[in-house]
Design a binder for this molecule. Structure first.
Ligand code: CAA
Length: 248
């Protein structure tokens, strides 16, 4: 890829465990990487750490729950660099709890951050992508959007909903050079998974046939594959990457 035709990738929730590895991988692949973040303090430290490792990411602040903030971020990227070619909807949170104790706040926070964010981001990139007749949208869902997990009614609903967006958006833009796909990772060694109480986590890991947590690099590898121009015939798909925890 020459500097002139380098594609622009936007990764939401970039400073998290999975986001960091996705940014690095896309940068290694030659893309210009825009890293979205919400917390100023965390982002500053992250950018410094990335610079020490030799990565020069463009940072863009926006709360992905806000349609307006996402719109401002996308317009800023267009002004600074050009049209977003690759959108990776990676931002996500957990607010786990048994359903009978789940509060409306726990429900709304997860739906806003994990699902409405996908609408917000897709909404602001889709017309420019249609204009250039090219785009790659990759939605990072979860094995728990495909199967049941005690304590995750909110998260499972959001993650299943993400693939609902993928399928319908994929067919709506199929003739426009844009692909839309879902990746459904299983349990990966990130802070989010390490926050699950050790005995619960150990029980979960014992149910993974591969016998270990996934690596962030393994998920980033799949993102890299789907981001490539020569995957044009793959759209509306859901890629499970879960060590055999859920096979169907
Ligand atoms: N299966 C069956 N019953 C369970 C249970 C389980 N896994 N966990 C708790 N219970 C039972 C308890 O024994 C208790 O029963 P009684 O009322 O009869 O005593 C009842 O459910 C309520 O238990 P708690 O008070 O402990 O429930 P809680 O609201 O505090 O929540 C929990 C429990 C913290 C959600 C716990 O179940 C848990 O940590 N689950 C794992 C959640 C998980 O996997 N999160 C993944 C985060 S990472 C991620 O999401 C990334 C990704 O994409 C994979």
């Amino acid at each position: 890829m020459t500097t002139e035709n380098r594609h622009i990738a936007l990764v939401t929730g970039a400073t998290g465990g999975l986001g960091t590895h996705i940014c690095k991988r896309l940068s290694d692949d030659g893309y210009i990487v825009c890293a979205n973040y919400r917390s100023e303090e965390k982002a500053k430290a992250w950018k410094e750490k990335m610079a020490e490792e030799g990565y020069d990411f463009q940072l863009y602040k926006a709360d992905v729950c806000s349609y307006e903030e996402v719109g401002q971020m996308i317009r800023a990227i267009e002004t600074d660099l050009g049209t977003v070619d690759i959108l990776v909807n990676n931002a996500g949170i957990t607010r786990d709890g048994a359903f009978r104790k789940m509060t409306p706040d726990q429900w709304h926070e997860v739906i806003a951050t994990n699902l409405t964010s996908v609408f917000n981001c897709c909404s602001h990139v889709i017309n420019p992508m249609i204009g250039q007749q090219y785009g790659r949208i990759i939605n990072i869902s979860s094995v728990n959007g495909q199967r049941a997990q005690f304590g995750q009614v909110n998260y499972a609903a959001a993650k299943a909903g993400m693939h609902g967006i993928t399928k319908t958006l994929a067919i709506e833009v199929a003739t426009k050079g844009i692909t839309v796909n879902t990746i459904s990772p299983g349990y990966v060694a990130t802070d989010m998974v390490m926050a699950v109480a050790a005995p619960v986590r150990e029980q979960i890991v014992s149910g993974i046939p591969v016998g270990r947590l996934g690596g962030t690099g393994e998920i980033a590898h799949l993102v890299s594959f789907l981001a490539a121009p020569d995957t044009a015939f793959i759209t509306g798909a859901n890629y499970a990457i879960n060590g055999g925890q859920h096979v169907y």
